[in-house]
Design a protein around this ligand. Structure first.
Ligand code: ADP
Ligand code: 5GP
Length: 186
């Protein structure tokens, strides 16, 4: 048995967190890569579980110390994946699960090639994505507009990923995602 790396990528508001919460519950053997970020913590999130929420200065120090396997600036904040985590997962044959933006996906593909399987979660439309961001109620207008703008750009890349799951109806989409992940893990 060897390690697995499953990378989930989605424009903000596509419903990735909703789907991943269920996937993690149904597949506790998946080891979640807790990224570091400089963005403010949201209601309901936990430090050390969802992200390590750190200051810009300490993030920049970790970049300088080469502690990230990849890092990127997304929506004006830093996000990065721990090199120590990935190396430990490879050594211990973990089934690892990542949530990365398209820059992170490109980095992982460059390093691990087919060893990292990328699943893109696609929203039904930009309009629906914007509606979901507003109904989530976690971001101010300026942030929502920036996320919508980034989403338009990310959607242009959807054909570059290994798999695409359309999040139209959440039950249908989750069933498809779960079956796909189970195929990858088999
Ligand atoms: P992401 O993690 O991709 O930014 P979320 O999972 O936070 O997105 O979803 C954004 C909002 O859309 C949330 O309020 C969520 O409940 C809602 N949502 C998720 N999937 C669907 C869906 N298939 N249909 C309608 N609303 C959805
Ligand atoms: P959010 O702030 O909504 O949690 O995440 C914003 C974006 O950052 C999402 O597209 C998410 O996939 C991405 N992201 C989260 N962690 C990382 C990471 O470690 N590296 C990269 N490159 N992107 C990340």
């Amino acid at each position: 048995m060897s390690h697995k790396m499953i990378v989930i990528c989605a424009p903000s508001g596509a419903g990735k967190s909703t789907l991943l919460t269920r996937l993690k519950k149904d597949h506790p053997e998946l080891v979640w890569s807790v990224s570091c970020t400089t963005r403010p913590i949201r209601k309901g999130e936990d430090h050390g579980k969802d992200y390590f929420f750190i200051k810009k200065e300490s993030f920049e120090k970790q970049i300088a110390d080469q502690e990230f396997v990849e890092w990127a600036q997304v929506h004006s904040n830093y996000y990065g994946t721990s090199k120590r985590f990935v190396n430990e997962g490879i050594e211990k044959n973990w089934k690892m699960l990542f949530d990365l933006d398209v820059q992170g996906v490109d980095s992982m593909k460059k390093i691990y090639g087919e060893g990292a399987v990328v699943i893109f979660i696609e929203p039904p439309s930009i309009e629906e994505l914007e509606k979901r961001l507003r109904s989530r109620g976690t971001d101010i207008e300026e942030v929502i507009l920036e996320r919508v703008k980034n989403a338009r750009r990310e959607l242009l890349r959807k054909n570059d990923f290994d798999h695409v799951v359309l999040n139209d109806d959440v039950e249908r989409a989750y069933k498809e995602l779960k079956a796909l992940v189970e195929r990858i893990l088999a």
